[in-house]
Design a protein around this ligand. Structure first.
Ligand code: CAA
Length: 355
């Protein structure tokens, strides 16, 4: 609520092994399946999705490394996350390149054995506390999405944290602007091939959107449970309000949305675990679970009536937290765009679904 950074909780999560879920055992991780990751993310988000975001963001930074990194890079940077409770951030978004990823302006220019990075990335989860960053930058300014490359960048004096956002919800998570000022990166820290970073970003989001959908399911479930309990206790017109059909229909819709969000989420994760491409299913899951979280939390506030609007009751926090689900890792509109394209023009992608 007050925006305190949850360092102790992050350390505890790391100790328990519920961070860095998908890092394989050979790099010191637990190598959990995507389905198992979703179970963890739903449970943590049921308690607090801000904490879930802080704990889960390493997964977003690590995914492109798992897909496109060399053996040495994986050992070094994934090892950093599994040997100590350190954090890494995924740097894709820029002030003028949110949904339109290929509009980014950050540049990476080859200089001998290094690339020199310049530019600013915004809305970076854990940005203020990260030890390394997965950064997307233009290596060919005139080639649109075919001119983007991805790099692992270590925090040093040339990497500055410019702004910490004061957010509506998920106040336990850190969201910052990170600027790279003539930042030199060894050429071996490039992930995959030069100018192939856009696809790496898309393949990353295919892998991480099920986790966001799981968090949205956790938020919905918390709101649904609170509304259900309250409706059985609150008496109006001489009976608990759960006896009124107006409330019963809201509770029924909430129950269906939680159930369907979870099934869609698990489906998108199981496909990944089977090595199949899940672009369509992960957008279905993320879009439906996020929009449902907004609807379910809004209805939960409605069931609580005036009390729902008061900070003393947790449903108002859930409603504020739910909003980001429709925004980060691709807005609900972008998910619909992906769903429409995948439905109307199914693409054959050569890359394997898993590294
Ligand atoms: N897997 C592999 N390749 C893919 C792919 C996928 N899922 N999706 C697209 N591609 C490939 C295409 O096949 C195409 O390949 P060619 O170059 O061979 O033609 C190429 O990528 C370009 O694809 P599009 O033409 O579809 O690209 P586009 O410019 O129209 O963009 C988009 C598509 C879906 C809108 C994409 O830009 C997008 O997902 N935008 C949203 C970005 C987003 O989610 N940002 C959130 C950042 S993370 C975050 O929120 C931060 C945080 O800390 C929580």
């Amino acid at each position: 609520m007050d925006g305190t950074w949850p360092q102790e909780i992050i350390e505890k999560a790391w100790e328990l092994g519920i961070m860095n879920n998908h890092i394989p055992e050979e790099y010191g991780g637990v190598g959990a399946s995507y389905l198992e990751g979703c179970l963890i993310e739903e449970e943590i988000a049921w308690g607090c999705s801000g904490i879930a975001t802080s704990i889960g963001a390493n997964g977003l930074a690590a995914a492109p490394l798992l897909v496109g990194g060399s053996e040495e890079t994986k050992k070094k940077y994934l090892g950093m996350l599994t040997e100590a409770p350190k954090l890494a951030s995924f740097c894709l978004t820029e002030p003028n390149a949110g949904s339109d990823v290929s509009g980014m302006r950050t540049t990476a220019v080859r200089k001998g054995d290094t690339y020199v990075l310049n530019g600013s990335k915004c809305f970076i989860t854990n940005g203020g506390y990260a030890d390394w960053f997965t950064v997307y930058a233009k290596t060919d300014k005139d080639a649109g999405h075919r001119g983007i490359s991805a790099f692992i960048v270590e925090k040093d004096d040339t990497v500055t944290v410019d702004k910490k956002e004061d957010k509506m919800g998920q106040r336990a998570s850190n969201t910052a602007t990170i600027t790279f000022n003539e930042t030199e990166v060894p050429a071996e820290n490039m992930l995959g091939e030069e100018n192939k970073g856009f696809k790496l970003a898309m393949m990353t989001l295919d892998r991480t959107r099920p986790g966001v959908a799981a968090m949205a399911t956790g938020i919905s479930r918390a709101a649904f449970e609170m509304a259900t309990e309250y409706s059985k206790e609150r008496v109006q017109f001489g009976v608990p309000i759960a006896m009124h059909q107006a409330i019963q229909f809201m509770i029924a819709d909430m129950a269906t949305k939680v159930h369907m969000s979870r099934l869609g989420t698990w489906n998108s994760a199981v496909l990944l675990d089977q090595g199949a491409r899940n672009t369509l299913e992960s957008s279905h899951a993320k879009r439906y679970a996020a929009d449902s979280a907004m609807e379910v939390t809004t209805d939960a506030v409605q069931v609580f009536g005036g009390y729902g609007f008061i900070k003393e009751y947790k449903v108002e926090k859930l409603m504020r937290d739910a909003k980001i689900m429709q925004l980060y890792e691709g807005t609900s509109q972008i998910q619909r765009l992906v769903i429409a394209r995948e439905t109307l023009l199914p693409r054959r992608v050569e890359e394997p679904a898993t590294a």
